[in-house]
Design a protein around this ligand. Structure first.
Ligand SMILES: [Zn+2]
Length: 169
């Protein structure tokens, strides 16, 4: 496995946009080429955006994520006391601290970024469902293409909109 560090921009047709506060996305080279294959297969109006990949735990980015996660869990519990069972799925590192095969992707339709989670993981479920319905066709195409190329999409509804997926070698 080769880990690549990508800055914001385009890489063989795939858009790279590191999620704040990251400045680069680290990804396994094989996973990158799979995402590029998926981008090439998707209808022209759909653009994939790679936002997050491997993040080393013992790095300033890793520490920042851990710090925000602790705050996030507290806020999430206050807002959604009935959704405590989702905390591990939503706030766990979900493999991002293991290697570059665990990625988050986002997408554009006709050049417009589709924000499925306008308030991040704190977006209320009814709002998520409303957004999902609006982009249902494109979202289904993206998810099907990811699965076909060997990605597993996260089982949690919020994470699946993130779109967190794991490349299964
Ligand atoms: Zn993720």
């Amino acid at each position: 496995m080769t880990l690549l560090s990508l800055s914001r921009g385009f890489n063989a047709g795939l858009q790279i946009r590191p999620r704040w506060p990251a400045r680069q996305v680290q990804i396994d080279s094989q996973v990158l080429s799979k995402l590029q294959t998926i981008q090439a297969k998707l209808p022209a109006e759909i653009g994939l955006i790679l936002t997050r990949g491997y993040e080393r735990r013992a790095s300033s980015l890793g520490f920042t994520r851990i710090h925000f996660r602790a705050l996030g869990v507290r806020l999430f519990c206050l807002l959604y006391p009935g959704r405590r069972t989702e905390i591990m799925d939503i706030f766990g590192s979900n493999g991002h601290d293991i290697d570059g095969t665990h990625v988050d992707v986002s997408f554009l339709i006709n050049g417009r970024r589709m924000r499925m989670l306008p308030l991040g993981v704190f977006t209320p479920l009814f709002w998520q469902q409303h957004r999902t319905r609006k982009c249902a066709v494109s979202l289904a195409q993206i998810q099907a293409a990811l699965r076909e190329e060997g990605f597993q999409i996260h089982r949690n509804a919020t994470e699946s909109l993130q779109i967190h997926c794991d490349y299964i070698l």
